[in-house]
Design a protein. Structure first.
Length: 380
């Protein structure tokens, strides 16, 4: 493979899957692969068992009706196949699968424990799926100290830790990364002492009230959040852990797709700073949180999802299938809001828009020498 060739986790599996963990120790790219593994649809294959199938055995069942199974990314089946046929992962056993979905409690949670060699366990937390319910739970993070899936994650690590011995690793992509971090920080201290690594891949941070509580947490030094250079999701809320910027070959929000993250051999391709758009969004989102009260944010989210209920859509695919018709239903619902709710939504949009505009001006001011000089003069 040429040194400058763009590669990702699929290429990593093709080129390095024949290396056992004894030959080449567990690394951050392995953590991303195992974090992605919880997205595979295996509700009919995995159960909450102490002795589950190996990855190779699970794939044989998965492959029998692969075409009918939901896929969160088109590359997922290929990744699963490569893992199942690799020396590195095929004999890893799958334990304690947990799946919960509750529309009333706004809860979408799925996780699996992968048993690694030498009495080590990787707890993989799935991120947001394509359900409307799952996306609503994500937005709850902006005003609730904790969400149902975060409490589920703590309960899960407590249970798995009580049924195993040895080192624990946690990881997840998107909301799954947030759940991994939350579980590591708020589990019991005797369990936290067993944690040797926590990997959040473009996962949102924590609510500000929670961040104030984590300085003395045992797991904090073992946590790292990996974000692409134009991260949007990973920039949400607050981070106090180590943050690492990975180069993605996609643009904008598409960089959230981990299959666009570049890998050379067993390392991510890193960059020294994020992009202007990522910094602008980061500032705008935090301004939005600061300028809108918790109650107002809760009301805005409820208004938005009340409107979406008019579409009778359970998934984002349902929404896009009849996009024009669904947009009309949402617009009709929004037009019928009472004056207070209509003003609240309008104010929220204006706050976000003004913050984005101010962020863009700030970035230009910092980048252009003329503006730098003027800005410096104003402060003299």
């Amino acid at each position: 493979m040429k040194e400058n060739q763009i590669t990702n986790i699929i290429d990593y599996m093709i080129w390095r899957g024949d290396l056992s963990f004894a030959a080449d120790p567990f690394n951050e790219v392995d953590a991303l692969i195992l974090s992605r593994f919880s997205y595979m649809d295996m509700k009919d294959i995995l159960f909450n068992d102490a002795v589950g199938p190996t990855i190779a055995q699970a794939y044989e069942i998965y492959h029998q009706n692969e075409a009918q199974r939901p896929k969160f990314a088109p590359q997922d089946p290929q990744l699963f196949q490569l893992m199942a046929r690799s020396t590195r992962f095929k004999d890893c056993r799958l334990l304690y699968h947990d799946f919960r979905f509750d529309e009333d409690d706004v809860e979408q949670f799925s996780t699996i424990t992968i048993e690694l060699p030498d009495d080590r366990y990787f707890l993989s937390f799935r991120g947001t799926d394509n359900t409307v319910n799952g996306w609503k739970e994500d937005l709850l993070m902006t005003f609730d100290d904790s969400i149902p899936s975060q409490e589920d994650a703590v309960e899960y690590i407590q249970r798995v830790a009580g049924l195993t011995s040895g080192d624990l690793f946690l990881g997840g992509h998107s909301k799954g990364g947030n759940l991994a971090v939350y579980a590591a920080l708020f589990c019991d201290d005797d369990i936290a002492k067993r944690i040797k690594g926590v990997f959040s891949f473009d996962g949102p941070g924590l609510h500000a009230d929670k961040v104030k509580l984590i300085d003395d947490k045992i797991a904090l030094p073992y946590i790292a959040t990996y974000m692409p250079q134009s991260s949007i999701f990973g920039k949400m809320l607050s981070h106090k852990e180590l943050q690492i910027t990975v180069h993605s070959n996609a643009s904008g929000a598409l960089q959230h797709d981990i299959y666009t993250w570049e890998v050379i051999r067993k390392d991510f391709v890193l960059v020294t700073e994020d992009t202007v758009s990522s910094r602008v969004f980061d500032q705008a989102f935090h301004d939005y949180l600061a300028k809108l009260s918790t109650d107002d944010r809760r009301k805005v989210v409820n208004i938005i999802f009340d409107a979406l209920e008019e579409c009778d859509a359970e998934t984002t695919d349902d929404l896009t299938e009849n996009l024009a018709g669904n947009l009309l239903k949402v617009m009709k619902h929004m037009s019928e809001l009472d004056s207070d709710d209509a003003k609240l939504v309008k104010d929220a949009i204006n706050v976000l828009g003004d913050s984005i505009k101010e962020g863009i001006i700030e970035e230009f001011s910092n980048a252009i020498p003329f503006f730098k000089k003027e800005k410096h003069s104003d402060n003299e």
